[in-house]
Design a protein around this ligand. Structure first.
Ligand code: ATP
Ligand code: MG
Length: 420
């Protein structure tokens, strides 16, 4: 048995003032019912780093059914990993029962031939629970019983040295759950930590295991990476660790082209800025930016093969989306918007008359315009499109009408006799 280091309440900076009221309520109720109750994971890590935690996860020795009995606002979720969710209005506090990582034939733990954990409901105590967490800095516990921090893995040293270190043997841990490689990148980007040498080196060898992860889970992870407010840093690290090719294989082929690479960077920068300004963001924009290079190249190829532009574009969009959803799912409500954004790109060249007017009035004009401006900025389009379409939006409708008038009125065509 490993003895933990206990950091007592006056030796660390975590104060209950910085812990969410609802999380405290849950901790106290479990504690008063005689169970162990601890904050664990990101919240302890972030509080120790003086960051504001995203959520407050709780670990306990109470079994899910026991947790449910204590809270009327509790729902049990998950098959692969059974958890209690306690609802406070729209806020959810997640309570997980200590898991054991001991091997065994128990039907509650199921691993596939590759070593991947498919189900993990073997309950244990805190000494068991700690070893199945991913990184040392994510395996710190804050105990509501005496307000101490419990450290089994020398996590406090890693926090100080800003190191992200997998617990245990990196290859085994990545094989159990390949998504841990993406989590390494995400935490490194967000915390500005370095991935510890062994944990980093193994990513190059095992990145391909991401190919086995179901598209729905990879989609969630992609959003966590790119909607974190640290999308640029995640993008750079995914490239550095050669993981981008497993998330966006079609895109990875185009990144040698500085125009597309820059276009993606500008798009991700704009996503990061919007998050920092508290503005809404949508997966449709992210995926349309990531996949624009392949869509554009493929549609050009179809045109060269003799298809009309519009059909070529439709076919290219369908092909690229179909390939991508084999890897990360994309809900249909977003892929519809992606198609709009892409398709509208070809209409910004029409600055006059009905075509321009209907583009301005299109319900996805704003998203398509933002997208076009980023293409302009990346020098994919080298004209004054962004400036012109920006200017026209600031004008009164009279002024707009003047701007939209054809420069020279074109002579009316006489109807041909052949046309009926
Ligand atoms: P965030 O601040 O993004 O919420 P977090 O560290 O709290 O980061 P969560 O995804 O909320 O991450 O998970 C909570 C905790 O559960 C983690 O800190 C870690 O201890 C454990 N955990 C989550 N996912 C895994 C995984 N795939 N493998 C092992 N442990 C995991
Ligand atoms: Mg968390």
């Amino acid at each position: 048995m490993t003895l933990p280091t206990i950091i007592s309440r006056n030796e660390h900076c975590i104060s209950r003032d910085n812990i969410d009221d609802k999380a405290l309520k849950v901790l106290y109720r479990l504690h008063n019912a005689g169970f162990r109750a601890l904050l664990v994971g990101g919240s302890v890590r972030d509080l120790l780093l003086n960051h504001v935690p995203k959520d407050f996860d709780i670990a306990t020795d109470a079994h899910p059914e026991q947790v449910k009995k204590l809270f009327s606002n509790c729902r049990l979720i998950g098959r692969r990993f059974r958890l209690a969710h306690i609802f406070f209005g729209r806020e959810i506090i997640e309570v997980a029962t200590f898991r054991s990582s001991l091997d065994g034939d128990d039907v509650d733990r199921v691993q596939d031939d590759a070593g991947r954990i498919l189900r993990d409901n073997v309950y244990g105590n805190i000494e068991d629970d700690v070893w199945r967490r991913d990184f040392t800095v994510n395996a710190l516990y804050y105990d509501i019983a005496d307000f101490s921090v419990i450290d089994y893995t020398h996590a406090m040293d890693d926090l100080k040295n800003r190191q992200l270190k997998l617990i245990g043997n990196p290859a085994t841990r990545y094989r159990e759950d390949p998504v841990r490689m993406l989590r390494a990148v995400r935490f490194a980007a967000r915390l500005g930590f370095e991935i510890h040498s062994e944990s980093a080196k193994t990513i190059f060898e095992l990145g391909y295991l991401l190919g086995d992860i179901p598209p729905a889970r990879l989609y969630e992870e992609v959003l966590k990476l790119f909607h974190s407010g640290y999308a640029i840093a995640c993008f750079d690290l995914l490239k550095k660790y050669q993981l981008l090719q497993y998330l966006f294989p079609q895109t990875a082929e185009y990144l040698d082209d500085p125009v597309f690479d820059n276009f993606i960077r500008y798009s991700l920068q704009s996503t990061d800025n919007r998050i920092n300004e508290g503005k809404p963001i949508t997966p449709a924009f992210l995926f349309s930016a990531m996949l624009w290079g392949p869509v554009r190249q493929l549609s050009e190829k179809f045109v060269q093969d003799g298809l009309p532009v519009s059909i070529a574009m439709q076919n290219a969009m369908s092909t690229v989306i179909k390939n991508q959803i084999g890897i990360t799912s994309i809900p249909r409500r977003f892929s519809m918007v992606m198609r709009d954004i892409w398709h509208l790109q070809y209409r910004f060249k029409y600055r006059h008359g009905h075509r321009a007017r209907s583009l301005l009035a299109h319900h996805k004009f704003r998203a398509a315009y933002d997208f076009m401006c980023l293409r302009n900025k990346a020098k994919e389009i080298e004209d004054d499109s962004c400036e012109w379409w920006t200017r026209i939006q600031t004008m009164s409708s009279d002024q707009q009408e003047k701007m939209l008038k054809p420069a020279k009125s074109s002579p009316r065509k006489k109807p041909s006799k052949k046309q009926s």
